[in-house]
Design a protein around this ligand. Structure first.
Ligand code: 5GP
Length: 193
């Protein structure tokens, strides 16, 4: 087991509805030493690529992506969730369905912060059905930016997102892939990587 898998087994809580709670160390209370290690690990996995910017989606991607951006020495841009229907032309927009909240949000990135020909690394905390990643990829496409890869902290391999995004031809690296989890026993099975 790698450092993240060990932490998930120790402090993660499996909830019903295919939800893993990691709020004691990843996306509510954050273990900063773990964040640093996550940043270094993504640098190790994507360091051979050109990365001009790290891109994520608010809210829980931001903390993690900040440590990745620090490792690469590049800015971090996060897509903002917006309920407004009056989005002006200064924004790239995509629609994203939230896995945890079951609602749809428009997510926006200002045209000021994403440009044609920029090489980006997309980072997020979880990959479930792939809606968040598809939204970010669509924004990158609108900008004419080049997606060098997607770095995910926890992929739920029993949901379709990982397959969909890889089949689209993107390089996805997940630090932990969960193949099965059981809310009754709390058991978590990781994929051998
Ligand atoms: P997707 O868009 O791939 O269906 O879901 C990814 C997004 O939903 C992530 O940005 C994450 O915030 C949230 N998410 C999906 N599954 C889980 C989960 O099991 N636990 C938590 N805490 N968040 C999740």
């Amino acid at each position: 087991m790698n450092f993240l898998e060990e932490r998930i087994v120790k402090d993660g809580v499996v909830k019903s509805g295919n939800v893993l709670k990691v709020d004691s160390f990843l996306n509510h209370q954050m273990d900063i030493s773990l964040m640093e290690e996550i940043g270094r690990e993504f640098k190790r996995r994507f360091g051979h690529k050109q990365v001009d910017k790290v891109v994520t989606i608010e809210a829980s991607g931001i903390g993690i992506a900040a440590f990745v951006a620090k490792e690469f020495g590049v800015p971090l841009v996060f897509a903002k969730k917006s309920k407004s229907i009056n989005i002006d032309g200064d924004m790239f927009v995509a629609e994203v369905e939230s896995f945890t909240h079951k609602n749809k949000n428009q997510v926006i990135v200002s045209r000021k912060f994403l440009h044609e020909g920029e090489h980006i690394l997309i980072i997020d905390d979880f990959l479930a059905n792939g809606c968040a990643l598809q939204g970010l990829i669509s924004i990158a496409d609108s900008a004419g930016a080049i997606v060098e890869g997607c770095g995910i902290v926890i992929e739920k391999g029993f949901q379709i997102g990982g397959r969909v995004i890889r089949n689209m031809g993107y390089h996805v690296e997940s630090l932990a892939i969960i193949d099965a989890m059981d809310a009754e026993t709390g058991n978590i099975t990781f994929r051998e990587q």
